[in-house]
Design a protein around this ligand. Structure first.
Ligand SMILES: Cc1ncc(COP(=O)(O)O)c(C=O)c1O
Length: 327
């Protein structure tokens, strides 16, 4: 294993299931669709951050931190899973969230409170700047803060997705299946960067396609290549990745981050009604909507096998229920 030498706590429910989507595959008339169930990683309703936090929390504990600080959007899945990890390992958690406190506490935000996190509203200031100021103040008061970056996306966190790709490789070998494409939601980049580092190291022949949630292709590819190269170095691998090593589609940015449109609504309904699986309105709904659109547009060949890597976020379904009226 590429990550065996790194400090790691055990918190995620692994390996996550690898499941076929037979009814949806039949409904669209192929190609064969599968799903990797990282919505089932555990840690306060699951999601991709559980894998990253296994490595991040281990580093925090090694540094004898007593408080985790992270930042994100009002309905951040990453913030919710960081709060759960903090509670699980006896660390305080402070969440610096974008904007102002909303009138109603719903979805992830409700869970953040239940998990005992202290919440700071950043207002118009960039949350990561507020978080780093707070970390400095806390240090001056004798606390030992550990700052987790946006989305847990640094080389330590991305190592979780290096291990995840190795997990998938083992499952594929056992079941005798090879995927031509892995499709996932990509935003702060740690998930895709980790997968691509391991894909290179294990000579995976398929494509890892990130459906961008909020960045233009060039911006996301630049971030991915930097993060993946740093992640490889963190693991002791000699691997330099350039923007050209990443597949990204930014055709589904719509009205911007978190703006739910028919693309997400229809994707959520399609998967729910064909397979009984739940997506989220911000990340996986957009990414699966992009996948369905590419399928309709002939973006894949009928004989290929496609894996949708479900990165979680279903708690956010309860965060903005008014944007999801069933058709
Ligand atoms: C449900 C979900 N899917 C995908 C992502 C994107 O993952 P990454 O930030 O590693 O690109 C996030 C990030 O917050 C998420 O919450």
């Amino acid at each position: 294993m590429l990550t065996n030498h790194l400090p790691r706590v055990t918190v995620a429910h692994l390996p996550t299931p690898l499941e076929p989507l037979p009814r949806l595959t039949a409904q669209i008339g192929g190609p064969e669709l599968w799903v990797k169930r990282d919505d089932q990683t555990g840690l306060a309703t699951g999601g991709n951050k559980a894998r990253k936090l296994e490595f991040l929390v281990a580093e925090a504990l090694q540094r004898e931190a007593d408080i985790l600080i992270t930042c994100g959007a009002q309905q951040s899945n990453h913030a919710r899973q960081t709060a759960a990890a903090g509670a699980r390992f006896g660390l305080d958690t402070m969440l610096v969230l974008r904007g102002e406190e909303p009138a109603r506490m719903e979805g992830n935000l409700l869970l953040d409170h239940l998990l005992g996190a202290q919440i700071i509203w950043a207002g118009v200031d960039p949350p990561h700047e507020v978080a780093s100021e707070i970390a400095q103040q806390l240090e001056a008061e004798g606390r030992r803060p550990y700052v987790v970056p946006y989305g847990g996306s640094n080389p330590v966190g991305a190592s979780g997705y290096v291990a995840a790709m190795e997990e998938l490789t083992a499952q594929c070998e056992k079941r005798g299946i090879t995927f031509d494409h892995i499709v996932l939601a990509s935003s702060s980049g740690g998930t895709q960067a980790g997968l691509v580092v391991a894909a290179r190291a294990t000579r995976f022949q398929g494509r890892v396609l990130g459906i961008s949630i909020d960045l233009r292709v060039d911006e996301l590819k630049a971030e991915l290549s930097q993060l993946a190269t740093a992640t490889a170095a963190h693991l002791g691998l000699e691997l330099a990745l350039s923007p050209a090593d990443f597949s990204v589609d930014d055709g589904y940015l719509g009205g911007g981050y978190g703006v739910v449109s028919d693309l997400e609504r229809s994707a959520i309904e399609t998967l729910a009604r064909s397979e009984g699986l739940l997506l989220d309105p911000v990340y996986t709904g957009r990414a699966f909507g992009g996948l369905l659109d590419l399928l309709r547009d002939g973006g894949f060949q009928k004989h290929e096998k496609i894996l949708f890597w479900h990165t979680g976020g279903t708690a956010a379904l309860f965060g903005k229920p008014e944007v999801l009226p069933p058709s």
